[in-house]
Write a protein that binds this ligand. Structure first.
Ligand code: 6FA
Length: 574
């Protein structure tokens, strides 16, 4: 019997997700304010940089195309069982899997063809919250960073001071449903792994495992929204406007003089001007930032030509002789990920988190509402591990694993007990040499043009080796059974037959990579080549994959970028 079951799968989005995000178009007041800095986007990069700029006394406009997320920011999306509280889908870690459920997923960008958060916090409002302090390799020259970036620790420490990680987010200090962690640890112990608190020693990543660590505070999602955002909007010199989409930057050659938005309350035709010597910082994410650049006449000609053909966006482009040819959208990477499904009699699959929105287990829901403790204080992940592999090309690549109860996709010839399933997702991280390209289509939807997974055969070989090692001695753990793949499928065939788009980890980096002139899109101060005062601070400038799930590395990067940008002379020239 061949069973193929898809449970609450995590699909790639088509561009057809219903749009409920309010698009403001209010009449112009005529009172146009100008700013020292306009920051576009409130994700892991934008919130950190906006907070640090406003802390330094700069007059900042922070723009976000979506609406609120956490209850503390005005968010109101909650299931019935949270009525009477200020907690939302985005606050409650245990509701993470509900991001992939629901009929009206307003939190996803409707014009980006992969999962991408379009609300306050961007990806950090809807992600799994896994939060890793960056190891030195995340900012190493070997990973594409300029030498001036390698001393990252000062900035990483600034981040961890604002937002320490936790591997026991429940407010009572207890860990819940840890059978998956115990079983996975037993498997890894047979392979020489050692146990540690991962963020205590970020550079130690070879054959180590530890409890999953999160950017949560007090049993709730926090990340940069629960920290940097609140201090930023508390300052009178920062103005925050939500439901405001930036269409393009307004250029006079190399000089950026403002941004064009859909919000006409901010200025004539929605244009917001910069003050003299002002700067724009794009933090619209690995897909959002390239699109704004294309619409501003910056990037490869084939992408700008698509904009040129658009009836609305085309006339907003600068004249062709002012287009700036840069490799925007190239050099993209994302962790290739492959899931393995197991069963173990000790595991509680928690119904693969399906009933959590409408019909949660009453005791768990009540406990969380009472004091933000218990099962709902944590998303599905329970344990993480890393191991390094030296490839035949002499390069070292790291394999990361994440273990959780439940499974999204099971293909097996074995009979199995669905209440005992668990998943280990294996990702290839630092050292991946495969690259793809992202761009836009005729609707100006952002999408992968070349998928970045396993474009280099060596990445696939290392993944196969890593999975073989991981499952090689499953039979040494009493009761543990690998059901996907089963014994009718070799690991080679499983990996080789794995649908490319299922490998998406949503960890996109590199589309506006930092690098030398002629190779990178931004210079070592994060300024876009060929412009006087346009900067990028988000995942897109990261030249190659970090060691772990990336939002910690992006926030530490933004701390350093803010310092570098503010250290530049006031009157920049191109
Ligand atoms: N990263 C982690 O570290 N740990 C995780 O557990 C994790 N899980 C996930 C995950 O489960 C999913 C489903 C996704 C989609 C991502 C995950 N990530 C995880 C990745 C992580 O969230 C991202 O790498 C990170 O948030 C990227 O930060 P950036 O600052 O580069 O960009 P964002 O996408 O977060 O934010 C961009 C913002 O700009 C959004 O708020 C967007 O609405 C806004 N924006 C875009 N275009 C705009 C425009 N034209 N005008 C105004 N605003 C715009």
């Amino acid at each position: 019997m061949l069973l193929s079951i898809f449970i609450g799968s995590l699909p790639l989005l088509s561009a057809a997700v219903p749009q409920t995000t309010q698009q403001t178009s209010t009449p112009s007041t005529g009172a146009t304010e100008s700013y020292d800095y306009i920051v576009v986007g409130t994700g892991a990069g934008g919130l950190v940089v906006a907070d640090r700029l406003s802390e330094a006394g700069k007059k900042v406009l922070l723009l976000e195309r979506g609406g609120p997320s956490l209850g503390s920011t005005g968010g109101m999306d909650q299931p019935n069982w949270l009525n009477g509280t200020s907690l939302t889908r985005f606050d409650v870690p245990g509701l993470f899997q509900s991001m992939f459920q629901g009929n009206d997923p307003f939190w996803w960008c409707n014009d980006i063809a992969v999962n991408s958060g379009c609300l306050l916090g961007g990806g950090t409002a809807i992600n799994g919250g896994l939060y890793w302090y960056p190891p030195d390799s995340d900012f190493a020259v070997a990973n594409g960073w300029p030498p001036s970036w390698t001393s990252h620790q000062r900035y990483t420490t600034k981040m961890t001071a604002r937002l320490p990680s936790t591997d026991h987010p429940s407010t009572d200090g207890q860990r819940y449903m840890m059978q998956v962690a115990d079983v996975t640890a037993a498997l890894l112990e047979t392979q020489g792994y050692t146990s540690m608190t991962i963020n205590d020693a970020p550079n130690t990543k070879d054959r180590v495992y530890g409890y999953s660590a999160y950017s949560f505070l007090n049993g709730r999602r926090a990340g940069p929204i629960g920290t940097y955002y609140h201090t930023a909007v508390g300052r009178s010199n920062l103005v925050y406007k939500q439901y405001t989409t930036v269409l393009n930057v307004v250029r006079k050659g190399a000089d950026i003089i403002g941004v064009k938005t859909n919000n006409t309350s901010l200025g004539l035709d929605g244009v917001v001007p910069l003050m003299p010597n002002g700067r724009v910082i794009l933090s619209a994410g690995a897909y959002g930032t390239p699109r704004i650049l294309f619409r501003s006449g910056i990037g490869p000609t084939d992408m700008i030509d698509i904009v040129k053909s658009d009836a609305f966006a085309g006339p907003l482009l600068p004249p062709r002789e002012q287009w700036i040819d840069l490799p925007v959208g190239y050099n993209v990477s994302d962790n290739p990920s492959i899931t393995l499904v197991f069963t173990h009699p000790s595991v509680d699959a928690y119904d693969n988190w399906r009933p959590i929105w409408d019909n949660p287990r009453p005791a768990d829901a009540a406990q969380y509402v009472r004091d933000q403790s218990g099962v709902f204080s944590q998303p599905s992940s329970r344990l993480n591990f890393w191991r390094s592999y030296k490839g035949c090309d002499g390069k070292t690549r790291w394999l990361q694993g994440t273990a959780r109860p439940g499974a999204s996709s099971i293909t097996t010839a074995y009979p199995y007990n669905a209440s005992q399933i668990m998943t280990i997702t294996t990702y290839l991280s630092t050292g991946v040499t495969s690259r793809g390209r992202i761009g836009i289509d005729a609707n100006i939807t952002a999408l992968p043009l070349i998928e970045p997974w396993f474009t280099e055969p060596i990445d696939r070989e290392i993944m196969i080796q890593g999975i073989k090692d991981l499952v090689g001695n499953v039979d040494q753990v009493s009761g543990l059974t690998l059901i996907t793949p089963d014994n009718t499928t070799t690991i080679e065939n499983y990996v080789n037959g794995y649908a490319k788009r299922r490998m998406n980890s949503n960890h996109w980096v590199g589309s506006c990579a930092i690098g030398p002139r002629g190779k990178g899109v931004v210079d070592e101060s994060t300024r876009v080549y060929g412009t006087k005062n346009l900067f990028v601070v988000d995942a897109s400038i990261i030249p190659s994959l970090p060691m772990g799930n990336p939002h910690g590395t992006i926030m530490a990067m933004a701390e350093q970028a803010a310092a570098k940008i503010m250290a530049l002379p006031a009157d920049l020239v191109n």
